[in-house]
Unconditional design. Structure first.
Length: 207
């Protein structure tokens, strides 16, 4: 467990799912993480969510990030969002950050962006249950029974509401169980489902 929480960037792009991004951002900030919303480099600074929010996001994703949270959105209905971002420079940027030591976490179909970045090849991972076959075809070791999968430098979770559980797990990993319990009480939310922590995840949490 780190002495201080990591510098955290929550990625927003056109078509992102609102709950995927906003819930983890709120939870992590309230738990003392230095977390802020960012946009992909080169993305316009006005970001439109999947459900009609229009948000001004000035800062860009950068190498200062020690933890990046990637939301889903648009994958299942083909409306853009993650599918559109897979065709940009973003997967390569996520890969470069990961290679430099950044922990990359995804909510829902944000996992497909991680797969496009080559971060899930042969790794245990999960996503929205309606995209598990797509994730498997992308090369991941799909763990559909889990709500959150922590494989050390990569953490994934299921559908949108699972982002709450992912964020609470990250609070526990970086700030301890007591901080996670406090965060859950603040939300009036008890964590749901199975959290799978692999050997790599347990090793990372012990640091």
């Amino acid at each position: 467990m780190s002495e201080s929480p990591p510098v955290t960037q929550v990625l927003l792009f056109d078509g992102f799912d609102d709950l995927d991004a906003v819930a983890p951002l709120e939870i992590l900030r309230a738990a003392g993480f230095p977390a802020r919303a960012v946009r992909p480099p080169g993305h316009r600074d006005r970001v439109d969510s999947a459900h009609g929010l229009s948000i001004s996001v000035a800062p860009e994703l950068d190498a200062l990030a020690e933890l990046v949270v990637v939301p889903g959105g648009g994958w299942l209905d083909g409306s853009g969002g993650v599918r559109a971002q897979c065709a940009t420079r973003l997967p390569a940027q996520l890969s470069a950050l990961h290679a430099g030591g950044t922990v990359i976490a995804s909510v829902c179909t944000g996992a497909m962006l991680l797969a496009a970045a080559g971060l899930l090849d042969g790794r245990p991972a999960v996503t929205n249950r309606h995209a598990l076959d797509d994730l498997r075809l992308a090369g991941a070791d799909v763990r559909g029974e889990a709500r959150v999968v922590d494989d050390g430098s990569v953490v994934t979770c299921g559908g949108p509401a699972a982002g709450l559980d992912l964020a609470l797990h990250l609070v526990q990993r970086f700030r301890g169980a007591a901080a996670a319990d406090q965060a859950g009480e603040r939300l009036e939310h008890a964590r749901q489902g199975q959290t799978l922590v692999t050997a790599a995840g347990a090793k990372a949490a012990a640091r």
